[in-house]
Design a protein around this ligand. Structure first.
Ligand code: TYM
Length: 372
């Protein structure tokens, strides 16, 4: 069976981007593959954070995985820091990762620019090496993530290949290993729809946990009235419902071969559109509606293109609430039984450690460390 791994940071609230870009797709994968879904708490400390909140956010994120349909009898669900091998392998990989590779990471550049020099710890730079470790430890085949993680996945592949070349194969065999590659080179799995959910207040920037305004995102746990309000106030455009268009048509006279051209002006009803690049907000909201209703693009277009913004917003709000309410109800249920969640995380960390330790020991061996 192929292996699949992925994770979400326990910073802020899990939002619709995390759900549509990642978590929702994990649910389908757990039936097909051997899956490992973790909460990446070690990544959450790479920017200034609130220590008393970290453990709460970690539990809450785990409960959200379950509420969204991740099933602990199919997938291993665990907390990254509970499996020590993640940090250990990261250190080993760091020695083979050129600083230049990390300096060119877009997320590092963006986050460090926003945070200001004083707040940029070394860990923000080495963050992608930890992510590579998360993935490579499990000899993963596929990593289902949103589009913003593609560069980190590319880096993971480069690190894997470099370490395979530096320490794998015959060199590893000479040191008593089995030879061959130390790591499988993984691939990103980016969804066709939902890979980049945009902000509700600006259709050109990504929905994100770190955006200052909570109005810019729908959190999975937002109560009904908050969702109503956020969609009501979200950015739209003012493309005219009706526009004037020049047209030319050719017609032939009855009983004659003469063709005539006529020019005229007509009113065209455009209303809402999926694919007009000048209307990013419209595309984003249509796309959200499409995924949560499970409809095809064509169905959404024919259902919604003639609506005005008010009607479409009500339709979208209703669909969001209908989709999120059962998730929220399950979340409350899970959170009301801490023992249940703790057991799942304990069991998940146990299964993960077994596999992670095999890879970690191989790497120690191939890199020439004295074995215990
Ligand atoms: P994080 O916590 O920022 O986001 C979690 C997942 O949500 C996706 N995502 C989005 N997808 C669509 N539209 C959006 N607006 C949007 N915002 C976020 C992300 O692409 C991601 O899939 N570094 C990772 C966490 C990580 C990880 C890993 C992932 C650590 N180790 C190993 C996979 C494998 C991160 O910060 O994700």
């Amino acid at each position: 069976k192929k292996r699949v791994v992925s994770g979400v940071q326990p910073t802020g609230m899990v939002h619709l981007g995390n759900y549509l870009g990642a978590i929702k797709n994990w649910v389908a994968l757990q039936d097909l593959y051997e899956t490992f879904f973790f909460i990446v708490d070690l990544h959450a400390i790479t920017l200034p954070y609130d220590a008393p909140e970290l453990s709460k956010a970690t539990r809450s994120t785990a409960a959200i995985y379950l509420a969204c349909g991740i099933d602990s009898s199919k997938a291993s669900i665990f907390v990254q820091s509970h499996v020590r091998a993640h940090v250990e392998l990261m250190w080993l990989l760091s020695s083979s990762t050129p600083i230049g590779w990390l300096n060119r990471m877009i997320q590092f550049k963006e986050k460090s620019r926003k945070a200001g020099d004083e707040n940029v710890g070394v860990a923000l730079l080495t963050y992608p090496v930890l992510m590579a470790s998360d993935i490579l430890l499990y000899q993963s085949d596929l990593v289902p993530v949103g589009e913003d993680q593609t560069q980190h996945l590319e880096l993971t592949r480069e690190i894997a290949e470099r370490v395979n070349n530096l320490y794998g194969g015959r060199k590893w065999k000479k040191l008593g290993g089995r030879g061959g590659n130390l790591f499988k080179v993984p691939e990103a799995l980016i969804p066709l729809a939902g890979a980049r959910v945009m902000s509700l207040t600006d259709g050109l920037s990504k929905m994100s946990k770190s955006a200052a305004s909570d109005q810019s995102r729908i959190n999975l746990l937002d109560p009904k009235d908050v969702i109503v309000n956020k969609i009501k106030r979200c950015k739209t455009d003012s493309f005219p419902g009706f526009s004037l268009k020049l047209f030319t048509s050719t017609f032939s006279l009855p009983n004659s071969s003469i063709r005539k051209k006529a020019h005229g002006i007509e009113f065209v009803y455009s209303s809402l559109e999926f694919d007009n690049p000048e209307r990013p907000e419209c595309r984003n909201l249509f796309s959200i509606y499409q995924i949560i209703t499970g409809k095809t693009k064509e169905e959404v277009v024919s259902e919604c293109q003639d609506m005005n913004w008010g009607t479409f917003k009500t339709t979208l709000t209703d669909a969001l609430i209908e989709h999120l309410q059962p998730i929220q109800a399950r979340y409350e249920e899970i959170m009301s039984d801490p023992g249940y969640l703790d057991n799942i995380l304990l069991e998940g960390a146990g299964k993960a450690s077994e596999i992670a330790d095999i890879t970690l020991n191989n790497v120690y061996q191939a890199m020439g460390f004295l074995r215990r």
